[in-house]
Design a protein around this ligand. Sequence first.
Ligand code: UD1
Ligand code: UDP
Length: 399
Amino acid sequence: MYWQNLEYSKKQINLVKIFSQIKLGDKMAKFKIMSVFGTRPEAIKMAPLVKLLEKDDYFDSKVLVTAQHRQMLDSVLEIFDIHPDFDLDIMKHGQTIGDITTRILNGVLEVIKNDFRPDLILVHGDTSTSFSAALAAFYEKVPVGHVEAGLRTGNIYSPFPEEMNRKLIGTLATYHFSPTTSNYQNLVKENINEKNIVITGNTVIDALHLVVDKNYDFSKKSDFDGIDLSKKILLMTCHRRENWGEPMSQIFRAVNRVADEYDDIQVVYPVHLNPDIVKKANEMLISKNIRLIKPLEYVEFANLIAKSHFVLTDSGGLQEEAPSIGKPVLVLRTETERPEAVEAGTVKVVGVDEQTVYKNIKQLLDDKNTYDSMANAVNPYGDGTASQKIIDFIKKIGK
Ligand code: UD1
Ligand code: UDP
């Protein structure tokens, strides 16, 4: 009897041991998360989040880059000291949206099937990298968290193909990290479950906080050689697909005309590496007051925003960064999915017609009242803690 009891207690002890090992194992199993990105803006906006994930013991964090952009991506990876676990290296000159989409879809599927099956995949924004990665995740039944969710123009051809990419990601994703209340409302209108949407601010503000320095020394960087920083700097970028062709010609003609008329300004345009854009910019932007330069590294570019008089752009990210530093922005597009700083008066959407672009730039140069009314720091995009809010939410949902 005694022996029987002893056997019984031994069994019990073993069971308790096994049970506690299972529990301990559970506790030790980390939340597997994979951040996927491939272009410059995604890399900049995902970097602060990736850095926090890396440091957090709760997560087993991996990074997959598609390298939809090669050089412009690598420059950001270097600045933020990010070493991807997987690199699809898909970029080709003259790549079409179809090429990008299919190569990334298959590449991400392979990684999930063969190398790393995460509990959650994070994608960002509206690029073809983000859409294709979200689709691959869906095919493999891996939930998707969408960073910078809910921005809409309501026009599926503008920005193209980004508006549709972002909408489709919204449909594929389970969790939605929206920068602003109006982004949140857009998703609610599309019947997304409110419980799965969080307003976080934009991670680009987190990134800006990491790189903008009041005492930044421009003289130390050869990238600025040949630029007269004592003049009023009009910082320009222009690369969007919907502007390719005639709209870009009109914009370039307008900028060239203004530059010819004002000797106290310098238009600085770090030209996107797309060879067609490089060629067109070199052919058309020939005024002596225009400097065409290679893309700047993010630290240099962000500090140049702070140094500039105002910004001319069709970029998405710049519409968020410049207002938060108090720099007026003329948007070289017909509509924007970022209405917040327009409503606040710091950003104006001027379209792509030559005469209208020309007049608006001149007005901002000549009319002090117009300039002063736009040069207000407004920050509808958060306080630089968006990445932490995203992480807090993910921890709350658990596995
Ligand atoms: C992509 C995004 C766009 C985003 C932009 C940011 C899509 C459909 N579009 O457009 O939303 O605003 O990135 O810049 O996802 N190139 C290089 N080196 C680089 C980067 C680009 O040589 O580091 C050249 C290549 O020739 C490439 C071309 O630029 O084929 C176009 O790149 P692609 O990613 O297809 O389009 P973007 O216009 O950059
Ligand atoms: N940017 C940069 N160097 C440059 C031009 C832009 O680092 O020479 C940054 C800019 O600060 C912003 C992002 O790139 O954060 C915007 O990327 P892009 O204009 O390529 O894409 P979009 O925002 O239009 O999607």
